[in-house]
Design a protein around this ligand. Structure first.
Ligand SMILES: [Fe+2]
Length: 178
């Protein structure tokens, strides 16, 4: 058994509030991409999927006169910093192992360079995977944040990905044996 599943994260009110803001459809797509990329690169599929799912949990809405202001966002956005912190707190509260919670939070922190003065940081494979996963689902003008998904469908996709992670980690078999 993993300490924390994607479903535990999905059902938490903090996730419902903040991941919803940047879009569950995008978060779930990135979680799936991160899972597949981690599998390809022999990385930790559980942390990759969690970081992918939570990567935009730090988003703030930059509105001016009722409209999203992209310039305001570009100048002031720190969603990766905020997201890393928020995701870390959430994972710890849910009972995640602290070493894994930190690695997951750092993968969220470095999924973009947008808040850094230069773009020359060297990422670990896990951190790079979350960046690639996000880029795979990006649409022009931030349209990926506006795609919608029904809550029940989102929940089913999360449960399916949880199963894929358990299978990949060999947890399904263990459960059947015990
Ligand atoms: Fe994203």
């Amino acid at each position: 058994m993993r300490d924390v599943t994607l479903l535990d994260i999905f059902e938490h009110h903090i996730t419902q509030k903040y991941v919803k803001r940047s879009g569950f459809a995008h978060a779930i797509a990135v979680a799936y991409h991160a899972f597949h990329l981690a599998k390809e690169h022999n990385e930790d599929v559980d942390m990759a999927a969690k970081a992918g799912f939570l990567h935009d949990i730090g988003h703030f809405t930059w509105y001016r006169n009722g409209k999203w202001d992209y310039d305001l966002y570009r100048q002031n956005d720190i969603h990766a910093i905020k997201g890393a912190e928020r995701a870390h707190k959430l994972l710890i509260r849910l009972g995640e192992n602290p070493v894994r919670a930190k690695a997951t939070a750092l993968a969220i922190l470095f999924h973009t360079d947008s808040f850094l003065p230069t773009n020359d940081i060297t990422r670990t494979t896990l951190q790079q995977i979350v960046k690639w996963a996000d880029e795979r689902d990006e649409e022009e003008g931030g349209a990926h944040h506006y795609r919608t998904i029904k809550k029940e469908r989102a929940r089913e996709s999360i449960i399916r990905l949880d199963r894929m992670i358990d299978e990949e980690l060999g947890l399904e078999q263990n459960k059947q044996l015990s």
